[in-house]
Write a protein that binds this ligand. Structure first.
Ligand SMILES: Cc1cc2nc3c(=O)[nH]c(=O)nc-3n(C[C@H](O)[C@H](O)[C@H](O)COP(=O)(O)O)c2cc1C
Length: 196
């Protein structure tokens, strides 16, 4: 079996951080790096090889289209529900413009429904982690956001998702202004039981 540098690998996983648009320089990342992120996403584990991940990549003028769509979608849906907040609306209109790329994350439901929906969502989030780790390897910042219009049925069509599919979030991507911050986790031993 091929050998990898385990120390490097452990270091990569533990240095992965969520980096937010306020901490991006505004520089544009080369599309070839984003393609590597997507290629690695495609190698996530997938039960019955359904490969349920779907991505829509926004960059350049595309970021303006995303910003305009998500702000308007948010306004229409929340005004009808009586939950509109001006600050959130302004954020949805502004945030994509601070990114180099934004990747909309979708889950395409297998037509035969050969595995349960939660397994398909699990596979998509494995793909998301591959993107996060690839970003870390290239010194790129990113974070997964699941707020905004993520849970709105009305948003799906824009991302070419059907009724049975799910929009699961947005990966915001940019060049970090400085070093990635230190992460924190409670010890793994609090979450594991070994049976000997
Ligand atoms: C499923 C999922 C959804 C997330 N949604 C959001 C979000 O909507 N807004 C946000 O600020 N961070 C979101 N995050 C990122 C977390 O805030 C972040 O992973 C956490 O703070 C730990 O920091 P780290 O990624 O740097 O280790 C999400 C992460 C996951 C796994």
């Amino acid at each position: 079996m091929r050998k990898f540098n385990a120390d490097e690998f452990n270091g990569l996983i533990r240095s992965r951080r969520s980096v937010f648009p306020k901490d991006y320089t505004g520089e544009k990342i080369d599309d070839t790096i984003v393609r590597q992120m997507l290629e690695n996403a495609n190698w996530a584990p997938t039960h019955k090889l359904t490969e349920p991940w779907r991505f829509v990549v926004f960059t350049g003028e595309g970021l303006k289209k995303l910003a305009a769509f998500q702000a308007e979608c948010y306004r229409q849906v929340t005004q009808a529900r009586g939950s509109f907040e001006e600050k959130r609306y302004q954020g949805l209109k502004q945030k994509p413009l601070e990114c180099s790329h934004v990747i909309a994350i979708g889950m395409k439901r297998d037509e035969k429904k050969s595995v349960p929906e939660w397994e398909e969502m699990g596979a998509v989030f494995c793909a998301v982690e591959n993107i996060y780790l690839t970003a870390t390897a290239y010194g790129i910042g990113c974070y997964l956001s699941t707020g905004g219009i993520t849970s709105f049925e009305e948003a799906k069509e824009f991302f070419e998702l059907g009724k049975e599919d799910r929009l699961l979030g947005f990966l915001q991507i940019g060049v970090p202004k400085g070093d990635l911050p230190e992460g924190k986790r409670k010890p793994i031993d609090e979450k594991v039981k070994w049976i000997l």
